[in-house]
Design a protein around this ligand. Structure first.
Ligand code: ADP
Ligand code: ADP
Ligand code: MG
Length: 673
């Protein structure tokens, strides 16, 4: 039955299962585990979750029919430990393993091991994974099959000279990529000859750290490109087709944050042309599960080039599901079981349009560095056609161990305009409190006229947006909300504890003072209670405020005749306030009786988050200039460099290479010249 593919080696067909899959173990965590559990339940398949120390109380663990503890929070001790996962499958009688995305999903050795152990691996055959595991091999195979690839160098010789020679041949700018790369890690743009050696060094270090393999390829850098990918699907009987494209051009750090389908720039003829190339790639691999062929598309020349095949379910797969009505996880399970695909290419079409926004715990105004902490509230409005794939609930921790994605919001609409409007509404109304997120940035992108016009490339975020201005600067009203929330808490505990209702209010005709700190600046609020309402004075502006209700972290205030609703959460002195007009705002309440704090030495350099010290670039006694690199840290798999703020001399170094340090750790001290 198997069709002849151009791929030179032929695959032994996997035996069809006589008994359908009864129980799936999900070798992953968070939102994707929840997503897979949902489909399995729908199909009458039992699910087994595996979990690490950090995930014991995570929603996906509770959702699965059974769950197995597999070890420490560090992925190598749990989600990447193949033996423990296979043992968990055996122990629970699972007959198949779904790897999700990330972790072991693109590990051919693991797919093979599952087969050897008599477990169905819900993914493509190991040969296809292997062939696409190396960007160098993938490009060669695709080029051999007549699929356009980006001009580049993917040779064995990894010397700087070899890369230099290739760069000169291709012409700067060039892009270095880790051969084993994924998730945008280990990539560096190199603009000129003199930057090449240092870029190779940095990219190799990041690649070694993330993938345990530091070999690199080099590509011509497409200065203005769009990322357009095709969902592919194949079975073990030689059927393969594509399920339309996803436009994933809105990225930061070479990683997607917004995905949509259909792409605003593909017409039907071009869709067919690119789709045919994607199917050609699928056939070249004798591809027999769900996968994604990624292309970079040059809008000016209308040229498109193969980037890679992701041999797994993709983060953004819901976009495709929403416009086609297909359940990709169900299709994955069915083809892994050996069932033939009954769909035909001609039957696949888009109904309407869908967009996904990825909500991340990260700070767009601090180089998109991931942040850790606890989510105190997560409330998403109910909007017709909105699908929420979330990993969390109120109280969940975003830890240093895993990807900082909090949730995916997927909106379907009859048209792009309708879906964008609805998504904007959700991004305005949604309250995700307790942690810094990219929520305001996502909204800012959706409100941008160029984005709305479909007019953007992969540099949209870094070149087109002013990341310093998209958050609300008008903080008076949110501060009033924080202040009255705090007042209400005090009032309630007073009433509860002492049952003395009114005495306090009598003395309340005098102005009270409360100070909230917003981004390091103090905001002083003076207020008093008079004639059933509060009078507020903030920097010579007066406000009349009525507290209408305060229940379950929802506060309603009438401020000078306008009614506002707020979501509020508090942890210690930190207040997290959200309102649809002002977006999320964080304050720190100034302690009324502050403890004396040590003044921080201006020459002290601290780790801002838990990190590993990768490299110490200076020595004790060394003279440094403002802007010089001092120390390279890595946290949540991201590298960051600490730079000197001023000229000075290295007085003391406390950080040691390889060491793990806590947030606030004193790394190094500079003295004034
Ligand atoms: P997509 O194209 O679907 O965004 P990515 O290549 O960015 O896929 O990776 C998918 C997810 O898997 C991301 O959340 C990423 O951080 C994570 N990931 C990628 N590579 C690894 C890896 N080696 N180990 C663990 N997680 C990974
Ligand atoms: P990963 O495996 O990390 O996902 P990809 O090769 O898929 O790596 O590239 C990730 C992103 O980097 C792309 O979506 C695109 O934005 C950018 N990119 C990749 N190759 C090029 C290139 N040759 N020129 C310009 N941008 C590129
Ligand atoms: Mg990619």
């Amino acid at each position: 039955m198997m069709k002849e593919g151009p791929h030179p080696t032929s695959l032994a067909p996997r035996p069809s299962l006589l008994v359908p899959i009864q129980c799936v173990l999900i070798a992953n965590r968070a939102e994707i585990s929840s997503r897979i559990i949902r489909t399995c339940r729908k199909m009458g398949i039992k699910t087994v979750a595996v979990y690490s120390e950090a995930d014991r109380n995570a929603p996906f663990v509770a959702q699965a029919d059974q769950a197995v503890y597999i070890g420490g929070s560090n992925p190598v001790d749990s989600y990447l430990d193949q033996d423990k996962i296979i043992e968990a499958a055996k122990k629970t009688g699972a007959d198949a393993i779904h790897p999700g995305y990330g972790f072991l999903s693109e590990n051919a050795g693991f797919a093979r091991k599952c087969q050897e152990e008599g477990l169905v691996f819900i993914g493509p055959n190991p040969q296809a994974i292997e062939a696409m595991g190396s960007k160098a091999n993938a490009k060669k195979l695709m080029a051999d099959n007549g699929i356009p690839v980006v001009p580049g160098y993917q040779g064995e010789d990894q010397s700087v000279e070899a890369f230099m020679k290739a760069s000169k041949r291709i012409g700067f700018p060039v892009l270095l990529k880790a051969t084993a790369g994924g998730g945008g890690k280990g990539m560096r743009v190199v603009l000129s000859e003199k930057e090449l050696a240092a870029a190779i060094d940095g990219a190799k270090r990041e690649a070694k750290n993330a993938f345990g393999d530091d070999s690199m390829i080099l590509e011509k850098y497409i200065a203005s490109g769009r990322h357009i990918e095709f969902q592919i699907l194949g079975d073990q009987h030689g059927n393969a087709f594509h399920i339309l494209e996803r436009e994933c051009t809105i990225q930061r750090r070479y990683q997607k944050i917004i995905e949509e389908s259909p792409s605003p720039v593909l017409d039907e003829a071009f869709r067919q042309k690119m789709g045919a190339a994607a199917v050609k790639a699928a056939r070249a691999l004798q591809y027999d599960n769900a996968g994604t062929v990624e292309f970079i598309f040059d809008e000016k020349t209308k040229a498109f080039y193969f980037l890679e095949v992701n041999t797994r379910l993709q983060v953004e797969h819901p976009v495709t599901e929403e416009i086609t009505g297909l359940d990709l996880v169900q299709l994955q399970i069915e083809v892994a079981q050996g069932l033939p695909l009954l769909l035909k290419q001609e039957e696949i079409g888009a109904n309407g349009y869908a967009i996904e926004c990825r909500l991340y715990a990260e700070d767009p105004r601090n180089h998109f560095l991931p942040v850790t902490g606890q989510i105190l509230r997560f409330d998403v409005p109910e909007v017709d056609g909105l699908r929420v794939e979330s990993a969390i609930e109120a109280g969940s921790e975003i830890s240093i161990y895993y990807d900082p994605m909090i949730a995916k919001l997927i909106q379907w609409g009859k048209s792009r305009q309708e879906a964008l409007r609805k998504m904007q509404y959700t991004l305005r109304q949604m309250a995700c409190l307790g942690i810094t997120t990219n929520q305001a940035l996502l909204l800012h992108i959706l409100e941008n006229p160029d984005f709305q016009g479909g007019n953007y490339d992969t540099h949209f975020i870094d070149k087109h947006l002013d990341l310093s201005t998209f958050v609300s600067v008008d903080t008076s009203i949110p501060a009033i909300a924080a202040c009255l929330y705090s007042w209400h808490q005090r009032e309630q505990s007073r009433v509860l504890l002492r049952s003395i209702p009114s005495g306090w209010r009598n003395s309340f005709y005098d102005y009270q003072k409360e100070i909230f700190i917003y981004e390091g600046e103090e905001l002083t609020l003076k207020y008093r209670y008079q004639n059933e309402s509060f009078q507020f004075v903030i920097e010579n502006t007066k406000w009349t405020v009525q507290l209408l209700s305060c229940e379950n972290n929802r506060l309603s205030l009438e401020i000078d005749g306008l009614l506002y609703h707020f979501s509020i959460a508090q942890k210690g002195l930190n207040y997290y306030v959200h309102n649809e007009q002002f977006g999320p705002v964080q304050f720190q309440q100034k302690e009324r009786f502050p403890e004396p704090k040590l003044d921080l030495d201006p020459g002290a350099y601290l780790a801002t988050m838990p990190s590993q010290v990768i490299k110490v670039l200076v020595e004790k006694g060394q003279q440094v200039a403002a802007g010089d690199s001092l120390i390279v840290l890595s946290s949540m798999k991201m590298e960051s460099t600490i730079h000197a703020a001023k000229n000075g001399i290295v007085e003391e170094i406390y950080a040691m290479e390889g060491e793990n340090v806590k947030a606030g750790f004193l790394l190094l001290k500079l003295s004034e010249e």
